[in-house]
Design a protein around this ligand. Structure first.
Ligand SMILES: Cc1cc2nc3c(=O)[nH]c(=O)nc-3n(C[C@H](O)[C@H](O)[C@H](O)COP(=O)(O)OP(=O)(O)OC[C@H]3O[C@@H](n4cnc5c(N)ncnc54)[C@H](O)[C@@H]3O)c2cc1C
Length: 597
């Protein structure tokens, strides 16, 4: 083996890494890493989702966790590659508890980034492939129970005579995907959803909505969309897919069921969850409670003087019925992000006279450019042709620590700015205030940091350039009987006012369903602590409180876009299963609380 070849370099590194870890020699470990270095761990070492930044942080984590983890069998998977002074490779390893997969990048100094992920719990693997269920017991038996009878029995018993180990509140794509993961590893789970049918959380959104993310990014766990599926799923089509998925994955999905409240019974070590199932009160006592109630679910509606006096229709974007009844009417849409643009365009198409009210600057990216330049290498037909399916893409993505991501993203958006320079000039000429994120790192960082502040342009921006959708600027200050007043005194006459003003933090759900005390104990959910607009520091290095243990025992938050729900549900499911099986799960670096909401 040529030690200077990419394979040689990686193998030498892994041998030294394995030896340093086996000997718990933290000084030797530090010596393997470059000065600027990152170890991102998804559950394998930390029973947490945690990025250690710098040699000292890596050594501290190793010193505290190694005895219980006992990592070994480090090996290269596939062919390492080398470009731009970086050698990188996929790796495998195991610990006492898990089989793991990871990724490593070496630079001239040593290891720059290391990713370790728990892929499966030893002895508690998913049943699949060679270990799949037989489906039938051959032979002749009296009182044989068919599949349908067994399913009906499970549905009848679970939640009534047998308590589920997990209850997931919220049966959107997040709850459904996690439910499927838990089903596959034998964790009895009930998904509680207030809507009538799986998929309704999408069906109920405004009529014109199609996903802004492309199909390659959106697959659910286990059952990818078929390869004729449109690039951008219309919302009702996605709703139908979720309904079908729930059925074929045999999830215990309680629709028409509202979670009214939940409290943790410390003495019993379980939750007392009060739900109303289609008119009937039921108390569930799960060991683990997962809030998958959506981050786009607690609407921010400004409270303005005069709102009661308005003689037209006034609603938040989440309640917008669609444009049909507003043909020929005057519409004022407050806000200038995704929902506002979509709603303005649909109202214009229906023949309304539309004004968008922009308060602060917005980041705009044309969908084609985003798909091509920002996502194309990982999530596209081109990526698939290059052998990068969504499993690989998810791990490549996970292997880039959040701290280095902005620097990776800036050139992407510089390229987009150059490619669409004429478009941006026209938008600015029309008076639209643009930005590229606080540090010019663009859309994805805005999503991770604050979950808002952008529009993926699928047509509405041209209407603004052309003046077809009018623009007003400033802070809405008052609603009059006939319209909206802005702080500078401008009056916008309206028959309908839509507040496309976004959504609140997910721990608002903990306050609503559990208590303010628990919401405060857990703190803000999502965001990275980047000290940029709407994402206050200190730096966290990971999404706050998502998919990992929180300060409230046995309370978890799950959700995000389709990619995040798919990817992180795997690691959340493993954490839950380990607890069900009574495995030791010492959490390293439990989430600290710096902000309440
Ligand atoms: C206009 C718009 C466009 C979007 N476009 C995209 C996109 O293109 N791609 C993408 O990936 N994401 C998109 N998103 C983000 C989107 O919200 C999430 O991807 C998705 O909805 C998150 O799924 P979820 O399961 O976490 O939450 P949700 O879909 O919001 O599901 C939460 C569920 O919890 C239920 N619930 C809440 N409280 C209770 C209770 N007390 N009892 C019982 N049930 C309860 C709700 O009824 C709801 O069904 C968009 C969001 C909006 C608003």
């Amino acid at each position: 083996m040529d030690a200077a070849s990419p394979l040689g370099r990686i193998e030498t590194f892994l041998t030294k890494l394995g030896a340093a870890l086996a000997a718990a020699d933290t000084e030797a470990l530090k010596g393997l890493f470059a000065e600027d270095c990152y170890w991102r761990d998804l559950v394998a070492f930390t029973w947490n989702i945690k990025t250690m930044e710098g040699r000292d942080a890596i050594a501290a984590m190793a010193a505290e966790t190694l005895a219980g983890v006992n990592p070994r069998n480090w090996a290269v998977e596939g062919e390492p590659s080398e470009a731009g002074g970086i050698t990188e490779a996929w790796i495998t390893f195991e610990t006492d508890a898990v089989r793991g997969k990871g990724h490593v990048r070496l630079n001239a100094e040593g290891c720059w980034t290391l990713l370790t992920t728990a892929q499966e719990l030893k002895g508690h693997e998913e049943t699949k492939g060679a270990t799949r269920d037989h489906g039938v017991t051959h032979g002749a038996f009296k009182d044989r129970e068919t599949w349908a009878e067994a399913r009906a029995r499970e549905e009848k018993e679970l939640g009534y005579t047998e308590h589920p180990y997990c209850v997931i509140i919220g049966g959107g794509q997040g709850g459904i995907g996690l439910g499927a993961r838990l089903k596959r590893i034998g964790v009895p789970t009930i998904i509680v959803e207030k809507n009538d049918r799986p998929g309704d959380s999408w069906r109920k959104r405004y009529k014109s909505l199609c996903l802004h993310d492309p199909v390659w990014y959106d697959h659910l766990p286990y059952i990818p969309f078929p390869d004729h599926w449109p690039v951008f799923s219309p919302k009702d089509k996605l709703g139908d897919w979720l309904e079908y998925y729930t059925k074929v994955m045999e999830l215990n999905y309680w629709s028409k069921t509202v979670c009214e409240n939940a409290r943790y019974d410390e003495a019993a070590g379980e939750w007392v969850v009060k739900v109303n199932r289609d008119g009937q009160d039921v108390t569930l006592r799960p060991k683990q409670l997962i809030l998958a109630t959506g981050m786009s679910a607690v609407p921010n509606v400004p409270s303005l003087p005069g709102m009661d006096s308005f003689t037209g229709d006034l609603h938040h974007s989440s309640k917008h019925p669609g444009p049909d009844q507003y043909a020929g009417k005057r519409a004022v849409v407050v806000g200038s992000n995704n929902s506002s643009h979509d709603i303005c365009a649909a109202l214009w198409e229906a023949g309304a006279d539309v004004t968008m009210v922009q308060r602060s600057s917005t980041h705009i990216v044309k969908s084609d450019s985003l798909m091509d330049i920002a996502m194309g290498d990982l999530y596209s037909e081109r990526a698939v042709a290059n052998g990068i399916d969504h499993h690989t893409a998810d791990l490549v993505f996970a292997s880039l620590p959040y701290k280095v991501l902005p620097a990776v993203q800036v050139p992407v958006y510089e390229a987009i700015k150059e490619r669409d320079a004429d478009f941006y000039n026209r938008l600015e000429k029309a008076g639209f205030k643009l930005d590229w994120g606080d540090d010019n790192s663009g859309l994805f960082m805005k999503y991770l940091r604050r979950g808002s502040g952008y529009y993926i342009d699928v047509g509405a921006s041209e209407l603004i350039c052309d003046g077809e959708v009018k623009l007003a600027h400033g802070q809405a200050s008052e609603v009059t009987p006939t319209g909206l007043k802005l702080e500078d005194g401008t009056e916008l006459p309206a028959d309908v006012i839509v507040f496309a003003t976004g959504y609140g933090s997910m721990n608002g759900w903990a306050a609503q369903l559990i208590s303010q005390e628990v919401a405060d104990k857990v703190g803000k959910v999502r965001g990275l602590g980047s000290a940029t607009t709407k994402d206050p520091g200190p730096w966290e290095g990971e999404q706050r409180n998502m998919w990992k243990p929180t300060q409230q025992e046995a309370l978890w938050f799950h959700g995000g876009n389709l990619h995040q729900s798919r990817h992180y549900s795997q690691f959340l499911a493993i954490q839950l299963k380990a607890r069900m099986e009574g495995l030791p799960t010492p959490v390293y670096g439990l989430q600290e609380v710096h902000h309440l909401s």
